[in-house]
Unconditional design. Structure first.
Length: 166
């Protein structure tokens, strides 16, 4: 009698390949909602997609079709919300968030930092990633909705204009 383990493993491999191809097709079909990094909404979508397809890949408690349908619904909802957010930017701002000024003309905006739960040490560490050693060298620093920090150095500082962190 044949060993059932290789059959079981090959089934999991095939199911995983089917789920990956279905997700890739779905993401490609519905397009990317934004150009930049992930925001909180995108993170939630990724977590939900992972949960939706987990059992479909491993024969847990779900069937392959159930995982693919669940992932498809999530991708459709993502696309729908993307269209809604374009038509109603205020709704996106309320659900996803808006950028917050953290440094203006070299001065830390401490009230904004408190509201966003960002410490001075975290801001200084992010500035060092941009090659800036002191907030006084910054014209503008904005905490983006995706949690990244965008930095525009002063003209006379040694850091490059709006460069990416290293």
């Amino acid at each position: 009698m044949a060993d059932p383990v290789p059959f079981f493993l090959s089934t999991i491999a095939a199911r995983t390949a089917i789920v990956v191809l279905a997700l890739l097709a779905g993401v490609r079909l519905f397009g990317k909602r934004q150009v930049g990094g992930m925001n909180i909404y995108d993170l939630v979508l990724v977590l939900l997609l992972a949960n939706a397809v987990q059992n479909a890949m491993t024969q847990g408690s779900g069937m392959l079709g159930v995982g693919i349908v669940s992932a498809g619904v999530l991708l459709l909802l993502d696309r729908f919300l993307g269209v809604v957010f374009v038509k109603r930017p205020t709704l996106e701002a309320r659900l996803v968030g808006t950028p917050t000024v953290i440094i203006r003309d070299g001065q830390l905006e401490r009230a904004h930092m408190r509201r966003e739960g960002v410490t001075e040490e975290e801001v200084l560490a992010a500035l060092r990633g941009y090659g800036v050693s002191d907030p006084s060298e910054v014209r503008l620093a904005v905490l983006e909705a995706d949690g990244s920090l965008s930095v525009v150095p002063r003209e006379n500082s040694g850091a490059g204009e709006a460069k990416e962190p290293s």
